[in-house]
Design a binder for this molecule. Structure first.
Ligand code: ADP
Ligand code: MG
Length: 283
């Protein structure tokens, strides 16, 4: 077994520790993520998702416990830049992430800052733009792009640093449905074609349903850690955590409670429709 890419061990995070304003945002959270996994993180507002995301690339350091990226402890100063290069973050607001006035310059910005030679930068920028299907718009000013396109440029900027992992912190929340699909398709494609590990923090249950595995945070603790099919059979438990089921799973759950024997944990509409047609004797 190769070592996991991410190792989170008894992670606790307290904001403003030892003051009257202290907030315990994460409490004894432990999990690992293997190279090439696609993991969704869900949980209500304030459950600690963004705090956890920021630990994965050393933007925050543990109050207790430990986080390791490819074996590198985030609390060790000398690892900081290597960890930030290996784990990229895409945030909610696409407008805050683009820094120059031309798409390809934006993608080149990171490697330039790392002192990568110009010929190598060109190769990396071309590959990164191609990977997110943005090559044709390379000379556009970012402010003329759609939200989904801006997020894809932000992803390309991370790819140019040759990362092992990309963390999306609600990166589709501000986008229209087409933009949401574009960004999630880019993420999936990077995982499938380049083996990049994807962590997708999301409110959108249909998006979470496409992950290999879902982590549920509740009041700073890891409440559940399971593949979507298994997780979404636990309708009552999720409701108790104030989380919705994906639409297909809601319908499947409702049918089962009325005695119709559809398979538990259905997470996609197309599969559910097939199952219902089969029950109706139409297939
Ligand atoms: P989520 O992303 O799931 O909404 P967060 O990680 O942003 O949750 O927040 C977890 C808890 O930590 C919340 O109670 C929030 O108010 C608190 N928190 C987040 N950031 C800070 C901060 N910079 N200072 C103090 N408290 C914070
Ligand atoms: Mg958040």
């Amino acid at each position: 077994m190769p070592a996991p890419l991410l190792e989170v061990e008894n992670l606790t995070h307290v904001y403003h520790p030892q003051t009257a304003r202290a907030v315990r945002a994460l409490e004894d959270v432990s999990f690992t993520v293997a190279h090439g996994e696609f993991v969704a993180i869900i949980g209500g507002n304030g459950s600690g998702k963004s705090t956890l995301a920021r630990h994965l690339n050393a933007l925050l350091l543990p109050t207790g416990g430990r986080v390791r990226v490819d074996g590198l402890d985030t609390a060790v100063d000398e690892h900081l830049w290597e960890i930030r290069r290996r784990v990229g973050m895409v945030f909610q607001n696409p407008d805050n992430q683009l820094v120059t006035s031309i798409v390809e310059e934006d993608v080149a910005f990171g490697p330039e800052n790392l002192g990568v030679p110009p010929a190598e930068i060109r190769v990396r920028v071309d590959a990164a733009l191609a990977a997110v299907r943005m090559s044709a718009l390379r000379e556009r000013p970012p402010h003329l792009l759609s939200g989904g396109q801006k997020q894809r440029v932000a992803i390309a900027g991370i790819l140019a640093l040759r990362p092992s992992c990309i963390v999306f912190d609600e990166a589709t929340t501000m986008l229209d449905p087409a933009g949401q699909r574009e960004v999630m398709e880019s993420a999936r494609c990077l995982r499938d074609e380049s083996g990049i590990t994807i962590i997708a923090i999301t409110h959108n249950m249909d998006e979470a349903a496409t992950a290999d595995r879902i982590l549920v945070l509740h009041e700073g603790r890891l409440a559940l850690d399971a593949p979507p099919r298994q997780l979404f059979t636990e309708a009552a438990r999720l409701r108790a955590l104030r989380l919705d089921l994906p639409e297909a799973a809601q319908v499947a759950d409702g049918l089962r409670r009325r005695g119709v024997a559809v398979e538990a944990g259905r997470v996609e509409i197309a599969g559910l429709a097939e199952a219902i047609l089969a029950l109706a004797g139409r297939r």
